[in-house]
Design a binder for this molecule. Structure first.
Ligand SMILES: Nc1ncnc2c1ncn2[C@@H]1O[C@H](COP(=O)(O)OP(=O)(O)O)[C@@H](O)[C@H]1O
Ligand SMILES: [Mg+2]
Length: 226
């Protein structure tokens, strides 16, 4: 396997809720190597999304270390985190999070506006990615003219526009029927085979079975790793 890409050490994320403290993550350590496809399972509330958001630089931990490609990201300020996200990670969410008024092509082009990619290159890259995910015929459709599975393909294409090393997927099949969910898992397997490191969280055993390495969270701790 590849070299360590993500090294998480004794990660904690606690939330203050009135008098109580919720330990969403309670001491997680983990090494993800380049090219791995991790499936993280665990019941609702076990800390899966919290872990993914921290790995993607969308949230700050209470304590602990996250090194990505040798860089400690927990001490970055907001600008540093924004740059980290733009260069290193792509996100895919359960609810697709597409912009309803934009076509598939415009949705995929959108993140490139912030990396100052020239228009012609933006368009060419977005088209190539939509072709890659099997949506060559649907580029000018808006989200409400696409099926759930097609919308998630657009979201996956969008997550890849800045060629991230790491793809983070939070319950990417959670809003799909089982057939579309299986199609999305095949697509993610292909992207992994092309060398992308993927970390996916899901409470669905069939989805987890389609990943390479498994880890289970329970009450913010790693319960099981294989
Ligand atoms: N922003 C927040 N404020 C307070 N509690 C939170 C927040 N985010 C998550 N939690 C709590 O942390 C725990 C883990 O949440 P989460 O990571 O979303 O779990 P999962 O994705 O496994 O369902 C839950 O108890 C949840 O209620
Ligand atoms: Mg969640």
């Amino acid at each position: 396997m590849g070299s360590p890409l993500i090294q998480v050490t004794d990660l904690h994320r606690h939330f203050r809720m009135g008098r109580e403290t919720v330990r969403a993550l309670d001491g997680v350590s983990l090494t993800v190597r380049r090219g791995e496809f991790w499936g993280i399972s665990g019941p609702s509330g076990s800390g899966k999304s919290t872990l993914l958001y921290l790995l993607g630089g969308l949230d700050h931990p209470t304590s602990g270390s996250i090194r990505v490609d040798g860089q400690e990201i927990t001490t970055l300020d907001e600008n540093g985190l924004a740059a980290f996200r733009r260069r290193k990670v792509g996100f895919v969410f359960q609810m697709f999070n597409l912009i309803a008024t934009m076509t598939a092509l415009q949705n995929v082009e959108f993140p490139m506006l912030f990396s100052r990619v020239p228009l012609a290159e933006r368009r060419a890259r977005a088209r190539a990615l939509l072709e890659r995910v099997g949506l060559a015929e649907r580029m000018n459709h808006r989200p409400n003219e696409l099926s759930g599975g097609q919308q998630q393909r657009v979201a996956i294409a969008r997550s890849l526009v800045n060629s991230p090393d790491i793809l983070l997927a939070d319950e990417p099949t959670g809003n799909l029927d089982s057939r579309s969910g299986a199609d999305i898992m095949s697509l993610l397997q292909e992207l992994n085979a092309e060398g992308r490191t993927i970390i996916l969280v899901s409470h669905d055993p069939a989805v987890i079975a389609a990943t390479g390495r498994h880890m289970r969270l329970y009450d913010g701790r790693i319960e099981d790793e294989e």
